[in-house]
Design a binder for this molecule. Structure first.
Ligand code: RFL
Ligand code: PHB
Length: 389
């Protein structure tokens, strides 16, 4: 088989890239190791920046998001028994949209089906070859048979545990990493959200977040030690712990019910440089991970897709082959800024196991400054709604 761009990974990055390239007349094949049901069962991001919303519209998949997504003009920060609101609208005249990653992925698969695009599922042993030549190819096994795809370019959209990044030799690749000493335990429950906007809570017992997917579906998180297991957390224990960490009025208003999903995710910051080697581009979680506190993971994947689809369009349609050389630098400039913001949100809102009294007082001062200073709120709002592409 032959295609112009072989895309490894059928998550949001790979599907969005394939859709945008297709609309520009560029041929792609998506190779995914899991089943579609598995990909659609992963509960992940919920907050979409304007840049991602615009890309979905450009890709022709924004219609349901525009109809069902919840526009949020601000967020609540709770600390020391008080809470205050940061208005994105007042500070930077912008907003975010709450619409689940699962729904984004579902819409992208529907669009891919509608255009008759190829997604190869359950591809085993995906291997990249000749990446440092002008004629790369990808091999994989399916149903016991070995297959080969020849292409001009490979887009590694295969997430943090994928094969693409590891194809870049150690001598070329630099990985920057920070692992945080805690995780997030998240649950999804078919209950009305406790508040119409998100609540980020700093508490002596640990961070908590109240989020949502729609008016009948809530998403909540609590900070947990790294060695905690899902089995140790009954639904009752989760709800009790959440109530303790959020402001009293919210705790009283909280509607609880059975969880329909429960999982623990460790928190890390990770950036791989460069994001291009030869004929391979890294996109999204394959190149970088941010802690979820700033809601930036999926949004960074989207800005990578933005830079890459324009560079490939320049290559194929506008006789401007030099644009692909700028992809890594452009994408990384934004990745580092979003990583800084995610690190700052994480550091400001969590309890660290080795937090000294001095660290604690600095955190309290940071939150007091955020509550009282319009400039500090503008900085948060500007980053939360997303820096320009
Ligand atoms: P994905 O979603 O991991 O998709 C990669 C795909 O590649 C496949 N794959 C392979 N395919 C072929 N061969 C191989 N060898 C392969 N190895 C892997 C995988 O099966 C998969 O289908 O990466 P992508 O597309 O770059 O998308 C990134 C986002 O999923 C991620 O950044 C966000 O979910 C992060 N995130 C959030 N981001 C936000 O912007 N806002 C949020 O509110 C937000 N909340 C979150 C989050 C992530 C979380 N977790 C669990 C990590 C909340 C949580 C709890
Ligand atoms: C979510 O709804 O899953 C969510 C929202 C905001 C975050 C992280 C996750 O910062």
């Amino acid at each position: 088989m032959r295609t112009q761009v072989c895309i490894i990974g059928g998550g949001p990055s790979g599907l969005l890239l394939s859709q945008l390239l297709h609309r520009a007349g560029i041929d792609t094949v998506v190779v995914e190791q899991r089943t579609r049901d598995y990909v659609l069962s992963r509960i992940r991001a919920g907050v979409l920046e304007r840049g991602l919303c615009n890309l979905l519209r450009k890709a022709g998949v924004g219609e349901r998001m525009d109809r069902e997504g919840l526009v949020h003009d601000g967020t609540l920060i709770a600390a020391a028994g008080r809470q205050f609101r940061i208005s994105f609208k007042d500070r930077v005249n912008d907003s975010v949209v709450v619409y689940g990653q699962t729904e984004v992925t579902r819409d992208l698969y529907a669009a891919r089906d509608a255009m008759g695009g190829l997604v190869i599922h359950e591809a085993e042993g995906v291997t990249l070859h000749g990446v440092d030549t002008d004629h790369p190819h990808v091999t994989y096994r399916k149903d016991g048979t070995e297959h080969r795809i020849d292409c001009d370019w490979i887009a590694g959209c295969d997430g943090f545990h994928g094969v693409s990044r590891k194809t870049i030799p150690d001598t070329v690749r630099t990985e920057h990493e920070k692992v945080y000493p805690f995780g997030w335990l998240g649950i999804l429950s078919e209950t009305p959200p406790v508040n119409h906007e998100l609540i980020y809570a700093n508490h002596a017992r640990g961070f908590a977040l109240c989020s949502m997917r729609n008016p009948a579906l809530s998403r909540y998180y609590v900070q947990t030690p790294l060695d905690d297991t899902v089995e140790a957390w009954s639904d009752d224990r989760f709800w009790d712990e959440l109530r303790r960490r959020i402001p009293a009025e919210s705790a009283e208003a909280l509607v609880t019910g059975p969880s329909i999903e429960k999982s623990i995710a460790p928190l890390r910051s990770f950036i791989c440089e460069p994001m291009r080697w030869g004929r391979l581009f890294l996109v999204g979680d394959a190149a970088h991970i941010v802690p979820p506190t700033g809601a930036k993971g999926l949004n960074l994947a989207a800005s990578d897709v933005h830079y890459l689809h324009l560079a490939l369009e320049a290559f194929y349609l506008h006789n401007a082959p030099g644009e692909v050389d700028l992809y890594s630098e452009r994408a990384l400039a934004r990745v580092w800024k979003a990583s800084r913001f995610s690190w700052w949100m994480t550091s400001t809102l969590h309890r660290f196991p080795d937090q000294t009294d001095f660290d604690q007082r600095l955190q309290e001062a940071e939150l007091a400054y955020l509550e009282q200073s319009e400039a500090a709120q503008t900085a948060l709002a500007e980053n939360y709604v997303g820096l320009p592409y």
